[in-house]
Design a protein around this ligand. Structure first.
Ligand code: ZN
Length: 247
């Protein structure tokens, strides 16, 4: 079974469709690590697409705030503004779907999925010291996480934590990691709809676990069209601008 692993789509339909077009024919099932909505202009359209795909989805912090099951008090004012806009915008059946998303961790065919971290779905894992907890807590050798919007990850081997960078070079769509037995991995597919690692291309991963490979992908998409929809919707300017820079 090959899995398309998506995270942090953030209501960006153009980026999601570019990712799906690039991945076409290369996967059997879709997994999503949360933050389907928030920041972007297309919450209903992205939820419709994810539901059509029959994806297995765990919730993220923006899904809780966007559906209204959590208040957005711990968000910065810009993110809070869009969480409230998203709540208004969602069709009732999509809001209900968002409310009912399961909390991670989830386990699929020998690997695990979390939005942020094992102990706290809202925790950011940026540094090796933070990753160590997850690597030690993990019930499986491979865990996929999101939340930071940074493609890459961490590995634990012989009691040493290593940092992994996979970002494919400009003009190259993907780079492949071969999983080594005896190592534990925490892997982030990157953000589909709002990358923050300085590469504006949509990020995702394709995992072929029986063959011990994970491909990390970056695909360009029409950022301008998303920015135009954000402007029309009156979404905050910093969120519009950051898409151009992948920051
Ligand atoms: Zn996010």
């Amino acid at each position: 079974m090959r899995y398309l692993i998506l995270s942090d789509i953030h209501a960006n339909l153009t980026a999601l469709d570019a990712a799906l077009a690039a991945a076409k024919g290369r996967f059997d099932k879709v997994l999503c690590l949360g933050d389907v909505v928030g920041y972007g202009p297309d919450p209903n359209e992205v939820i419709d697409r994810i539901r059509e795909l029959g994806a297995l989805v765990i919730r993220g912090n923006h899904d809780k705030a966007g559906s209204g099951i959590a208040n957005a008090d711990d968000f910065n004012p810009v993110a809070r503004n869009v969480a409230l806009w998203t709540r208004e915008k969602l069709r009732p059946e999509n809001r209900e779907w968002l409310e009912k998303l399961p909390t991670g961790p989830s386990t699929v065919e020998g690997f695990s999925l979390v939005h942020g971290a094992f102990r706290d779905e809202d925790e950011y894992v940026f540094a090796p010291a933070q990753a160590l907890d997850g690597l030690l807590d993990a019930p499986s050798p491979i865990t996929f996480f999101g939340h930071t919007h940074l493609q890459g990850g961490f590995t634990l081997r012989d009691n040493k934590v290593g940092v992994l960078h996979f970002k494919p070079a400009a003009g190259t769509p993907s780079t492949t990691l071969t999983l080594e037995p005896g190592s534990t991995y925490l892997l982030n597919p990157g953000s589909v709809g709002q990358p923050r690692d300085g590469d504006a291309r949509a990020a995702f991963a394709i995992a072929d676990v029986p063959n011990n490979t994970v491909e990390f992908w970056r695909v360009p998409y029409d950022i301008k069209s998303v920015q135009e929809r954000m402007e029309q919707a009156g979404l905050p300017e910093p969120l519009i601008l950051r898409l151009s820079f992948g920051r």
